[in-house]
Each structure stands twice: as structure tokens, then as C-alpha cells.
Design a binder for this molecule. Sequence first.
Ligand SMILES: NC(=O)CC[C@H](N)C(=O)O
Length: 338
Amino acid sequence: MDLEVDDIEQRASAGALPSWDDVESLVQAAYERNRTVDDGEVADYIPILGEADPALFGVAVVEVDGRVHDAGDVDRRFSIQSISKAFVYALVCEELGHRPVLERIGVNNTGLPFNSVMAIELNDGHPLNPMVNAGAIATTALVPGDDADAQWAFIVEGLSRFAGRTLELDDVVYRSEAATNQRNRAIAGLLESYGRLDRDPLETVDLYTKQCALLVSAHDLAVMGATLADGGLNPVTGVQVVSPEVCRDTLAVLAASGLYERSGEWLFEIGLPGKSGVAGGIVTVSPGKAGIGTYSPRLDSAGNSVRGQRATAHLARSLGLNIFASTTHEPSTERSRP
Ligand SMILES: NC(=O)CC[C@H](N)C(=O)O
């Protein structure tokens, strides 16, 4: 990953965002600076995705108090793809609780591509984490509901609460992926063979394929991210979507695996939990501060949007968001006794 952000000064991490005007101009700068970058390729293993316009680019920030900063194509809709994994996982965590999900799905990075079959084989059928396809399919199987229709209603309703508006299925994307998702069907069959899927594998993959075909915009992703940044309270609608504990757990998983096998580089350069999707979206969460949503269809070889990564890196540095950054504290002359 070549983020080319070394020349952007890293602001010290502080408890709050800079002023509204500062954030506004830095969002514009992150957009302007990266709009002509044309590295990467548009995904086409799902045939319809190959038709996306590679020039599209949007950067949105929603602060935890609901204030919005937008630059570029922030209202353009695209399929959420793997970013859905983060939010379905949060909803399932809310239903099942910390320990059962940990045991069932896991939280460790596979170090392998998102659709790796080998990762399952190497780990005795354990999916390892909910951000790769195996773990995401296993997570979707845990969505409550008597049948697939009830599960689908739960997913749409839950993700819509994160976005603050009713999300719709892109039927063309769904059909395009459903016709070509043999690999995901194989992954589900493999999980079943290891006794790690309690629902019908083909029905579960179908549900997972539908969740990936929900339409969102960069603005929606910023609202969804801001909800995870704000202890589960959607800052635009005021609805409590999940608990603060679920946000904490979800963000830990995103930090470890949200950018697949590039998660270490992402964390090193950006220092925030994030999640990418192959249609070109990325959601990034700055806990207690803001959600960032980006959209640009050209991807690196791991399936992460190139401009989205760069714009997010720009913002993380210039806004002082890196959660690992601290400044040396000023020793006080008077120390209170414990
Ligand atoms: N990385 C992604 O966004 C992958 C999602 C896609 N629906 C798949 O399963 O292949």
C-alpha cells in the first residue's frame, strides 16, 4: 500500500475534532488532493461491478453531534458489499453477546484474501473472523429469524437504522453476484462440513449476497460510522441502534481485519478501525469523534479502494485521529496524592 501521506503533517491526537471550519477545509483538501489518482482497478469478478464509472469519488465526514462535511460524489449510490459485514456483525453481537460470538466466529486476522478457502482448511474449519467471507457467512447464519425472509427483514431494518434511512436492494447487483458466487457457495458448504453452520448453506449465501447488494452512499457510510463512533447512537436520527459495548467489540474486529490482509498497513498509516467493500466504499470510525465514508471504485489488489484509503489517511493525519498517537504529557508541579 502506497498512501503517499508522509508529507501531511500528523496533528496530535486530541479528545475532540478541530473546529467545524477546519474539518470542512480538510475534507475538501482530502478530496481535491486525491481526485486525479487513477491507480488500481475496478472489481469485475462480480460482472456488474465492472461497469462502475472509475471517475466517481466522494468523501463524507459526519461528526458525533450530527454535523456533516461532504466533498464530491457523496450521494452516489453503490452496493455496500463487504462493509455490510461490520454492521451485520454488530447486530448479531447485540443479539447474542460478547462471548458466544467470540467463540463461534473468532476475532483473529487470517492474513489471507477475503475469499480464501485455504484459511478455513488451515484452521480446522474455523472461520477466524467476521470480516472475511467465511466468517461473514457464518455470522449471517446467526441472524435471528424463523426463515430467510425474517432474517432478511432483520438485516434490512438493522442496517437502515445505522444509516438513518431505509436502504434498498440493488436487484441487478444481487442477480449478477448470485449467478457467479460459486466460491462463496463452496465456502458455506465447507463450513457446513465442519459443523460450523446451523442453517442451510445455500440459503445463507443467498442472504449474504443480498446483504452485500444493499445500496448506500459515502454519506450513508459516514452516518453508519458515526453511529459506531457514538456508542451506537445514530447522531442524525437519535436512535440507539446497538449498545456501546457492541460498538467497542465491532471496532476491535475492524481494526484487526477490516482491510483484510492489508489491515496492518492500514492501522500503521491510519490508526483507525475501518471496513472496505469491493464496490469501492470504505467506512472508517474515529471513536467519540466521527464517521468517515468514502467512495471510489478503483481498488488495490486486496480489494480496497485506492482513493478512499488515501483520502482517509489524509483525514486521519490532518485531523489528529490516529488512536495510537499521544503527546508527551506536561509534568505538573503539583501532583495529587493517591
Ligand atoms: N470484499 C468484498 O466486498 C466482497 C463482497 C462480495 N459480495 C463477495 O462476497 O465476494
